[in-house]
Design a binder for this molecule. Structure first.
Ligand code: P6P
Length: 329
């Protein structure tokens, strides 16, 4: 392999060397998540061929039909993290309560939250989907649930995997955001997007306008304004897969919003394993994420699966949205 080509494994080891006190526990966790991503990618990319598609005929805590790949991805994440013995607590979108860990893991120094396969309703129609994860240091109170219910600003690492035209692993440890593209021929994630910065301004807005009549007035006024912006030509892009919409806006600039509405008073996305990890990524790429008023990373979670209104992306666009909410409610 050309020495100028940086693999994810080598990148993580070089990052670890910058922290003299690092013991490699954190690197091991991250490597295992990347390993799970490779396995999930393999199954996602052949899903249409091995009849893994279709509903698993079970439902997750939110009453959503679980696709078989949801369950597969969830199992993969748990099976790679548990044996490390470094993770004292896990929470997943697919499991009601905190996930029990092996006894030897109870001493683990980290807790991990994840959405194993976000956007899974798109699996059968070959639309990009993704895995979202966040890693916290365990709290000293030895209460696993508390170690999961930390504010997003306490994250030590977060990122996502997008299973699209290629599989990419994008993450931050608080010092910039880097993207790695999977080369299936060598089974390695290779550095392809170094030090990602989201443009301060973006012309893409991502919001499901079918909710228009159920929005608060401020959101209606905001959308009407950007549809007819006096100086800037915006365009609407809504894939219906958060990781895909977020990733495009991260690279090109833009804003994604799933706000509160009369049908979803707290919006649809979950604070713990969707909004927080992506807010940590976007802020480290120079962007912003709020619930329309408050910084997402400052919100204190109170339960594993709580939802939060979310607007996330280019800094100027998030601030413009907030101006309309402040003015019109
Ligand atoms: P709607 C997928 O189910 C998801 O949680 C996100 O990935 C996506 O952005 C959103 O829901 C789509 O919601 O209401 O447009 O179907």
């Amino acid at each position: 392999m050309d020495s100028s080509i940086m693999s994810l494994s080598r990148f993580m080891l070089e990052e670890q060397r910058k922290h003299p006190l690092a013991h490699g526990d954190f690197t091991l966790i991250l490597e295992q998540i990347a390993f799970a991503a490779k396995i999930i990618s393999r199954e996602v990319n052949k899903a249409g061929l091995v009849n893994i598609l279709g509903s698993a005929k079970t439902h997750n805590v939110h009453g959503e039909t679980q696709q078989k790949l949801d369950l597969f991805a969830n199992e993969r994440m748990i099976r790679v993290l548990n044996p490390t013995g470094k993770v004292c607590a896990m929470a997943s979108e697919e499991i009601d309560d905190a996930i029990p860990v092996d006894d030897k893991s109870l001493e683990g120094k980290y807790s991990v939250v994840f959405d194993p396969l976000d956007g899974s309703s798109n699996i059968d129609v070959n639309v990009s989907i993704g895995t979202i994860f966040g890693i916290y240091r365990r709290l000293d109170d030895n209460n696993c649930l508390h170690s999961l219910l930390q504010k997003g600003k306490e994250l030590v690492c977060s990122g996502y995997v997008i299973y699209g035209s290629s599989t990419m692993f994008v993450y931050t440890t608080g010092n910039g955001v880097n993207g790695f593209t999977l080369d299936p021929s060598v089974g390695e994630f290779l550095l392809s997007h170094k030090n990602i910065k989201i443009p301060e301004y973006g012309k893409i807005y991502s919001i499901n306008e079918s909710n228009y009549d159920r929005w608060p007035e401020g959101i209606k006024e905001y959308v009407k304004f950007i549809r007819n912006h006096p100086d800037r030509q915006y365009t609407a892009r809504w894939i219906g897969s958060f990781v895909a919409d977020f990733h495009r806006n991260l690279l090109k600039g833009g804003v994604f919003s799933y706000p509160e509405n009369t049908k979803n008073p707290q919006g649809k996305l979950r604070l713990l394993y969707e909004a927080n990890p992506m807010a940590f990524v976007v802020e480290n790429a120079g962007g912003a994420a709020t619930d329309g008023k408050h910084r997402i990373l400052d919100i204190q979670p109170t339960s594993l699966h709580e939802r939060v209104p979310l607007v996330i992306g280019s800094k100027y666009e998030v601030e413009l949205y907030a101006e309309f909410r402040e003015k019109y409610g």
